[in-house]
Design a protein around this ligand. Sequence first.
Ligand SMILES: NC(=O)c1ccc[n+]([C@@H]2O[C@H](COP(=O)([O-])OP(=O)(O)OC[C@H]3O[C@@H](n4cnc5c(N)ncnc54)[C@H](O)[C@@H]3O)[C@@H](O)[C@H]2O)c1
Length: 332
Amino acid sequence: MVRKGHTGFVFKVALMGKILVTGAAGQIGTELVERLCSRYGRENIIATDLKFPHVPECEHGQMDVTSRDSVDEFFREHSIDSVYHLAAVLSARGEENPGRAFDVNANGTKNVLDASLRSGVKRVLIPSTIGVFGPQTPKRKVPVETVTRPVTMYGITKIFCELLGEYYFRKYRLDVRGLRLPGIISYKSPPGGGTTDYSIEMIVSAVKGKSYTCFLRSDTRLPMMYIPDAIESIIKLSEADGGKLIHRTDFNVSAFDFTPGELETELRKYFSGFSVEYRPDERQKIAETWPSTLDCRAAVDEWGFSPRFDMSRMVEDMVRNLSDQSSPAGKR
Ligand SMILES: NC(=O)c1ccc[n+]([C@@H]2O[C@H](COP(=O)([O-])OP(=O)(O)OC[C@H]3O[C@@H](n4cnc5c(N)ncnc54)[C@H](O)[C@@H]3O)[C@@H](O)[C@H]2O)c1
């Protein structure tokens, strides 16, 4: 198959089987599936999740990653070439139900890797997270190799997934890749219970003309990225020349960083009367264990990570899109 890349040049995609996405109904999965459909053809994409609030415009099905039998069956019944494994329970929700987070994130990932191995899948991409860092990790410009001793079940299971992916690569030559995403900001589908969700909630409140109560302190600085850059990064890493990768499953990526207070100030440029009250809850403790800024050099050097959106362009784009959605025409 010959396709035109978004940069304009023509490249070849050798697809024998299909591309499977797990967790496809989530915040990132919803937009990744759309992008994969436009890049590789919707007939080549299979979206799976527990349920779909919005039916994707490609083949889709139910697959619970915690059920080894149903994962094996799904892989047996479909000819799958590569996998984007997004099914997960995120940081804040994981602390509400650590057992479930362990089952989905750790056992689910092992089930998907084993099924991939058995059915000859060529590549598995698993997003990791800044949640793999912990209180002993330095705060600023954190490199890939650093102290990773997370204190949440989410972080513990995600660092396990990074290491498991590396293990399957070294031992079985299964091409597993991954990148540590920061807080992802998007407007098409709601966030799934992470500690950086406040940023989306704050922007949505401002656009709706409501005040916002923030669950983090106003000076809590965290790394972030806008969804178009997250999607392009995932695809770029997946298409990168494997021979040039020194790292595999743990690339740091982030486009900008800000505090809730700085986001509030940026939003006042559009909504002068917007106000935020700060009432930190247990999610503040999680945020305090994460770095404020990341060193993304490995991703830049090894596969050309190059985000396009800075914070102010992200806010401008979010405000425009959310305003369009809530206009009478957008509601039709
Ligand atoms: N959104 C972020 O800010 C962010 C940041 C860092 C990393 N990530 C990573 O990106 C990936 C996708 O995250 P997201 O934000 O889209 O999460 P999300 O919570 O929005 O979506 C996760 C999806 O997984 C599905 N799921 C849960 N349990 C499942 C199971 N047993 N079987 C099958 N599906 C199941 C859920 O139904 C949901 O649709 C995850 O690996 C996450 O760790 C996300």
